[in-house]
Design a protein around this ligand. Structure first.
Ligand code: T5A
Length: 222
């Protein structure tokens, strides 16, 4: 089905909103439509980037400066793009990535109140023209996601942040969705999984039929 360059789809949202659960569902849907899919995640996706992920999520680490956190995230992203994302897209695979740069705008820009200009500068340097073709933003009240994530037992370094941090993350994601309505599809995630996945099927059916208004990754600009 796919000829030429693949499509780059990202899954975004706060803690526990169902990104990982639905990544597998979306992969199966696309594969059933004869689309070659690569699933990956951020931070992570390569051996080096997964080591950086471990550093970022380690709850026992020394206090991590905001700048160190931001630079580590983009260091992992640079490696991930070069080693995994670009080769897969060039080979015609569709890349389904659990979190990407919208997460940086939400967590570091929104949660940590870091300068958006700094994030945008790093995005330009590290990604060049690469932007997602489609972003599925799973949105749910913070308490819903935290309750779901909390059932796993252990919390990582981000998950120990206060509720206010996650409210800012959510608002920053919603702001991104307002800025890029063509690219970012909002998925109401505080519903039973079956209903969420019904909505995903509706969105993905359009994508597969290629009438979704997929935006050319080379054209999208901040
Ligand atoms: N980060 C990342 C940054 O700060 N900046 C960045 O630029 C990037 C890329 C990564 C952390 O790194 C930070 C943000 C993150 O804190 P992560 O593991 O990718 O960590 O992110 P998490 O959000 O922590 O992942 P979670 O696994 O917590 O959330 P998911 O993937 O959204 O949720 P999922 O699918 O695991 O579901 C959680 C639970 O809810 C259930 C599932 O079965 C599961 O038990 N569930 C539902 N239950 C009821 N109804 C539904 N509709 C449900 N959907 C799922």
């Amino acid at each position: 089905m796919t000829t030429g360059r693949g499509k780059f789809i990202t899954l975004e949202g706060g803690e526990g909103v169902g990104k990982t659960t639905n990544q597998a569902f979306i992969r199966d849907f696309l594969q059933n439509n004869h689309i070659p899919v690569l699933i990956t995640r951020e931070p992570g996706g390569t051996r080096l980037a997964e080591k950086i992920r471990d550093l970022l999520l380690d709850i026992d680490s020394e206090p991590v400066s905001e700048q160190a956190e931001l630079l580590l995230i983009f260091a992992a992203r640079a490696q991930h793009i070069q080693q995994v994302i670009e080769p897969a897209l060039a080979a015609g695979q569709w890349v389904l990535c659990d979190r990407f740069t919208d997460a940086t705008y939400a967590y570091q820009g929104g949660g940590r109140s870091m300068a958006i200009d700094d994030i945008a500068w790093l995005e330009e340097k590290v990604q060049g023209h690469l932007r997602p073709d489609l972003t599925l933003l799973f949105d749910a009240p913070v308490i819903t996601g935290m309750t779901r994530a909390g059932k796993r037992g252990t919390l990582d370094r981000f998950e120990t942040e206060k509720q206010q941090f996650f409210e800012q993350v959510r608002q920053a994601y919603l702001q991104q969705a307002k800025c890029y309505p063509q690219r970012i599809k909002l998925i109401q995630a505080d519903r039973p999984l079956q209903e969420v996945q019904q909505t995903l099927v509706e969105v993905l059916n359009k994508v597969v039929r290629n009438d979704s208004g997929f935006i050319d990754a080379g054209i999208v600009r901040r």
